[in-house]
Design a protein around this ligand. Structure first.
Ligand SMILES: N[C@@H](CCC(=O)N[C@@H](CS)C(=O)NCC(=O)O)C(=O)O
Length: 255
């Protein structure tokens, strides 16, 4: 059976895109990548892209002529649609564990985590700059108002959250709690939801990579949460980590 061509609308550092790329790599699907510059060029708001993804976010996956959006829909679809190892947990317990890890990882506020450790020291914060950029985009492209207004409102919510240290700590604490639950789940098993790599591992790996990028790997690199420390080292050593281009070091800007 020949598979339809697969095209991922992608941004290299996007956490959701990394989950999808890990899933495609583990499944052994060959695909093309089309970079959507969600930062400087704001391509996600261009009409050709919002026609594919009305929420103006990456990833979007084209399977032949079919367009699939939203990571939680895309990854099980990859698992069902293509030949290759099953990436879904088999037993009801493992399935529940897989789904709860995926939900936990998705529920975190990655915008807060990105800026939590580098409040603006004078001058304009990158979040304020982004708000100004989005407003300029809205002025130049009034026809893109719907998606841009949503994003401007999100930027303002983020600014309010970052101005409140208790809220910031709450979000950081939620991320740490997810890593602690993952550590408990990994006791006596090699993978997040059992003895095989599943979609939960795509989510856990991408989240840990992001935490490492922001310097939160101190949670597991000083002898604490040693199941997570060993697990992350194993995930880094997998071919899929390299093939998917998972980013866990370097600049924090391009997210
Ligand atoms: N629920 C969506 C969320 C995707 C999402 O938030 N993508 C971010 C990158 S990780 C994005 O495209 N952001 C563009 C922007 O903020 O303008 C999914 O799971 O696919």
């Amino acid at each position: 059976m020949s598979s339809p061509p697969v095209l991922l609308y992608d941004y290299p550092a996007s956490i959701c895109c990394q989950m999808v790329r890990l899933t495609l790599a583990e499944k052994g699907v060959s695909y093309e990548r089309r970079n959507v510059d969600i930062m400087d060029k704001a391509e996600q708001f261009e009409p050709w892209y919002t026609a594919l993804n009305p929420r103006a976010v990456v990833p979007t996956l084209a399977i032949g002529d079919e367009i699939v959006t939203d990571t939680m829909t895309i990854v099980p679809r990859i698992d069902r649609e293509f030949e290759g190892p099953s990436l879904t947990a088999r037993t009801p317990d493992e399935r529940a564990s897989m789904e709860s890890i995926m939900r936990d990882v998705m529920a975190l506020h990655y915008g807060v985590l990105l800026y939590a450790r580098r409040p603006a020291l004078g001058g304009r914060s990158p979040v304020v700059e982004r708000g100004a950029f989005l407003r300029r985009e809205r002025e130049s492209h009034p026809e893109r108002a719907e998606a841009l207004d949503r994003r401007i409102a999100g930027n303002e919510r983020l600014l309010r959250t970052l101005a409140d240290p208790i809220e910031v700590e709450r979000h950081v604490g939620e991320a740490r709690a997810v890593v602690e639950r993952l550590d408990a789940a990994l006791a006596g098993r090699d993978f997040a939801s059992g003895s095989r790599w599943t979609l939960a591992d795509a989510f856990a790996t991408a989240a840990l990579a992001r935490f490492r990028l922001h310097g939160f790997d101190r949670w597991w690199s000083n002898g604490d949460l040693s199941n997570v420390a060993r697990y992350y080292a194993r995930m880094q050593a997998r071919k899929s980590f390299v093939d998917a281009g998972v980013i866990d070091t370097g600049t924090e800007r391009d997210l």
